[in-house]
Unconditional design. Structure first.
Length: 115
C-alpha cells in the first residue's frame, strides 16, 4: 500500500512515516518507480511502535539509539563498559572501582577487535 494508505490505516501522518524511514525505524520497500510500498511487516511495526510509546512511554529517540546500538558494536561495547562501571563494587573488591571499570573496558575492546 502507498504512504497515504498506510497513514490512514495506522494513524501516523505521512510526514511521520517519512521521518521513521529516514531514521531507519520502519523502512518500507520501494516500487520500481521509487514509491514507498508498505506491507504487513511495516504495518505491524507501526502498530507495535504505537503500543511501545503508549504502554511503556518509549520515545522515538530511545528507539533510534537502541537501533544504533545494534548497528555499531563499538558503541554497544562502550555503553556496556560504562554500565558495568556504574555498578556497586562487591564487598570483597579491594581495588578502586575505576580500576575495575578500566579493566572491563579493555576486555570488551579486545573482544570486539578479536571478532
Amino acid at each position: 500500500m502507498t504512504i497515504g494508505e498506510a497513514s490512514r490505516r495506522t494513524g501516523w501522518s505521512p510526514r511521520m512515516l517519512r521521518y521513521l524511514e529516514q531514521e531507519g525505524l520502519v523502512v518500507p520497500a520501494r516500487s520500481e518507480a521509487g514509491y514507498r510500498r508498505y506491507g504487513i511487516r511495516e504495518l505491524n511495526q507501526l502498530s507495535t511502535l504505537a503500543e511501545l510509546r503508549t504502554c511503556f512511554g518509549v520515545e522515538l529517540v530511545e528507539l533510534e539509539f537502541a537501533l544504533r546500538l545494534r548497528r555499531e558494536p563499538s558503541l554497544q561495547a562502550a555503553v556496556e563498559t560504562w554500565l558495568a562501571g556504574t555498578s556497586v563494587p562487591a564487598p570483597e573488591q579491594t581495588f578502586p572501582a575505576w580500576v575495575d571499570w578500566e579493566q572491563r573496558k579493555h576486555e570488551r575492546l579486545l573482544a570486539t577487535d578479536a571478532a
